[in-house]
Ligand binder design. Structure first.
Ligand SMILES: Cc1ncc(COP(=O)(O)O)c(C=O)c1O
Length: 401
């Protein structure tokens, strides 16, 4: 095979492989008890409804559903979602301000593509989901991490880092946040903190990319308004994936933004994939139109509430007292802090030998810290498996201490 490394673009050298993809290789054993992947439980997939709807689509509109479609996305789906987002989330928008993409991943890539210039500074959580930070990095952003506490990103630290970037002659450009049940930390930002982040973005002229795939998966506590609803002037790009409440296999998300921003993304995607696959959009539209999305969200919440409770109970029961973790109100993840001096990557290798997997935290920290943290997902495995895997981890940790 030809050796082409010397021909690769710089960005192919710079962007790291996703830690999740790497871990998938490590945990390929069939007997593994996985607390690793942030994949939804397949038991939540609405197979029977999708089968019925797909049959109807094949019968009634095959010429449309199997054809290319508009780059913005199906007009009827955008109309439905504009209304749904207004009623449900206080995000008042028109269909012109919506774009249907192949998942959050594409929406974020388009956001970075139209806003990020090489050398711009993008602020991300410490820790954060690398799908968001990686997209910015691909277009040459310098990533600056901002520490989180139990309420999410700390605004005073963000301000400090914005000022430091300006002082160093750099251009602060974008703030990437996951306000609800953040990946990987599981934390949710209270209203005051969201307002403060919006103020900072206004004051320092930043674009906010608000990533919200877990927002509908709330199991306790009260919903907090999205940043987008607090900043209606168009500074926020809101990215809502359907991967966790519908199914990830169709790769569907909606991006909400200022009409001009959306128009520029539409133009940018014409050189990528032209449009989001029509068939999945028709399926999602019918699913929504028949009132099944809201029912699906309730069903998912019931399933994941049980799993979250099971994981928290198992942690209470089996973890040594020196280990700390949070109690998320929703989403998929519990984030664990090991005592100082312990290394989660080392623990992972030992855990895999005992048929247990999780994700070590370090890859979520753009500054290379986080080696004593790890992310546990309660989404994919059955409660009995969660309980057994946490017990095994607890035993391993007790033996190490
Ligand atoms: C915070 C966050 N954003 C986005 C995604 C992925 O969304 P999509 O499947 O739509 O690309 C994930 C998936 O793990 C996630 O955790």
């Amino acid at each position: 095979m030809a050796e082409l490394t010397h021909l690769l673009a710089q960005r192919a050298h710079e962007v790291q492989a996703s830690a999740i993809r790497e871990i998938c290789k490590l945990i390929a054993k069939p007997q593994i008890r996985s607390l690793a992947g942030g994949w939804p439980d397949p038991a939540t997939f609405p197979v029977a409804d999708l089968q019925r709807i797909a049959t109807d689509i094949f019968q009634q509109k095959p010429a449309l559903a199997l054809q290319y479609t508009t780059s913005e996305g199906l007009p009827e789906l955008r109309e439905f979602l504009a209304d749904w987002l207004g009623k449900k989330e206080g995000i008042h928008c028109t269909p012109d301000e919506l774009l249907i993409t192949h998942g959050f991943s594409q929406g974020m890539e388009l956001t970075a593509k139209i806003f990020i210039e090489a050398g711009d500074v993008a602020f991300v959580g410490l820790p954060t989901y690398f799908g968001g930070s990686g997209a910015c990095q691909t277009f040459g952003a310098e990533l600056v991490g901002v520490e989180l506490d139990a309420d999410g990103m700390i605004p005073d630290l963000l301000e400090e880092k914005i000022l430091a970037a300006k002082k160093a002659g750099k251009r602060p450009k974008l703030l990437y946040v996951i306000p609800d049940f953040q990946n990987p930390s599981g934390v949710t930002m209270p209203l005051a903190r969201r307002q403060r982040l919006v103020e900072l973005a206004q004051q320092h002229d930043l674009v906010i990319a608000e990533d919200s795939p877990y927002r509908d998966l709330r199991y306790s506590g009260e919903a907090v308004p999205p940043l987008m609803s607090l900043e209606p002037s168009g500074r926020v790009v809101y990215l809502k994936s359907f991967s966790k409440v519908f199914c990830p296999g169709f790769r569907l998300a909606v991006v909400v933004g200022d009409a001009d921003v959306i128009r520029r993304m539409v133009i940018a995607r014409q050189f990528e994939d032209c449009c989001t696959a029509a068939f999945g959009q028709y399926l999602l539209y019918e699913f929504c139109r028949q009132g099944l999305l809201d029912r699906q969200i309730k069903l998912n919440c019931a399933i994941y509430t049980r799993k979250r409770d099971c994981m928290l109970q198992a942690l209470d029961q089996h973890m040594p007292t020196e280990v700390q973790w949070n109690r998320p109100d929703g989403g998929f993840f519990v984030f664990v802090h090991l005592p100082a001096g312990m290394d989660a990557e080392e623990l992972l290798h030992e855990a895999v030998d005992h048929d247990v997997a999780f994700v070590a935290g370090a890859p979520f920290y753009v500054d290379g810290s986080g080696s004593q943290t790890l992310r546990l997902s309660f989404a994919q495995s059955e409660p009995a498996v969660i309980e057994a895997a946490v017990a095994e981890l607890g035993a391993l940790l007790k033996a190490k201490m």
